[in-house]
Design a protein around this ligand. Structure first.
Ligand code: 13P
Ligand code: SF4
Length: 331
């Protein structure tokens, strides 16, 4: 299969297997919408997807919103424009539905930082601990967890656990530290982290603040404490978006993956959003995993009904319980 893409505005997509030629952006969108009807499909997308994908999605959200949307859909096919662990969550909640991911290699460095065999040994060493895992982990880790949480509900969920109960929190140590600061709890942390949120530079915060002294700093809790200590507001992608919508400020320094800025600009065109640069000034504040998905791959996934997420029955069953517990605890 060959796919040729001219540029973002005028796409020239040739699918050599079927000779389908889509040579402009509008045609590609029409083809996706036609397939959506034919398959009775829903497109769920995360804010870190490229703008073209965000614009074609039926539902756009953070990990919690996406899990809820997956749990509530009556579509036959879920096209997940996000990363592997998000599509797996949709499959766990819908074992009888087809869940497609445009690029099966769209993984997550944070999920990869927690290999199931090593985690299993770690968990066994602390068998009296309740295991609360951030949703950014593999289905195998979810299957070994008691409760799942996201950046939107982690503080609320931990606050519901009796203070005498020791907690093992995996895999994001930065989110874990943030939760500790908000709850006053001591958590046993797995030492994982996200490559994107670790690249932000404290020095660039000082530089930007001297140019935009009025700007508010808004950050995702996956950032390191040295960054979070400067933030005026910390939250999940959806809550960052809601925050800027409500705020009466004009300038915002955005400390998370830059994809969210597309929605911020759409919903607040009169405001100014400045992406915080990384230490080296590279484009590392774009998630290389999320950005593997493209509109063309999304179209092909729907046309071919592949790549599809599949999981074994024991994993599906074991991983469902802690996700359902999360949904109950954050309803
Ligand atoms: P949210 O749940 O806040 O959207 O975060 C997902 C994620 O992968 C952050 O890196
Ligand atoms: Fe994973 Fe980080 Fe990408 Fe989020 S931004 S999907 S945590 S690698």
């Amino acid at each position: 299969m060959n796919i040729f893409i001219k540029n973002k505005q005028s796409k020239n997509l040739i699918d050599s297997e079927t000779n389908v030629t889509t040579n402009n952006y509008k045609e590609l969108i029409n083809a996706i919408n036609a397939l959506k009807k034919e398959l009775n499909a829903i497109i769920l997308a995360h804010y870190y997807q490229e703008p073209d994908i965000q614009d074609v999605a039926d539902f756009l959200g953070d990990s919690l919103g996406l899990a809820r949307a997956a749990a509530n859909t009556d579509a036959d096919v879920i096209v997940f424009a996000g990363v592997h662990f998000m599509a797996e969550t949709a499959k766990i909640l819908n074992p009888n539905k087809t869940v497609l991911l445009p690029d099966l290699n769209a993984g997550c460095s944070l999920a990869d930082s927690c290999p199931p065999d090593i985690f299993s040994q770690f968990k066994n060493t602390y068998s009296d601990h309740l295991v609360i895992s951030y949703i950014n982990c593999s289905a195998s880790i979810k299957a070994m967890s008691d409760i799942i949480c996201t950046s939107a509900n982690a503080v609320n969920i931990i606050n519901q656990i009796p203070k005498t109960q020791p907690i093992l929190f995996a895999p994001d140590q930065n989110l874990g530290r943030y939760v500790m600061s908000q709850t006053g709890r001591n958590l046993l942390l797995w030492p994982g982290s996200c490559i994107v949120h670790e690249t932000f530079s404290e020095k660039k915060i000082f530089d930007l603040k001297s140019n935009f002294p009025e700007a508010e700093i808004i950050a995702h809790p996956e950032c390191e404490p040295t960054i979070l200590k400067h933030a005026d507001y910390i939250g999940s992608t959806t809550s960052l978006l809601k925050y800027v919508e409500k705020s009466n400020k004009t300038n915002f320094i955005v400390v998370t993956e830059t994809g969210i800025i597309h929605q911020m600009k759409k919903s607040c065109p009169e405001k100014n959003f400045i992406a915080l640069p990384t230490v080296t000034g590279c484009a590392c504040n774009e998630c290389p995993h999320m950005r593997l998905n493209t509109l063309e791959k999304l179209y092909l996934a729907m046309k071919n009904r592949s790549p599809e997420i599949t999981l074994s029955m024991p994993i599906l069953t074991a991983a469902k319980k802690p996700i359902e517990r999360m949904l109950e605890m954050s309803s």
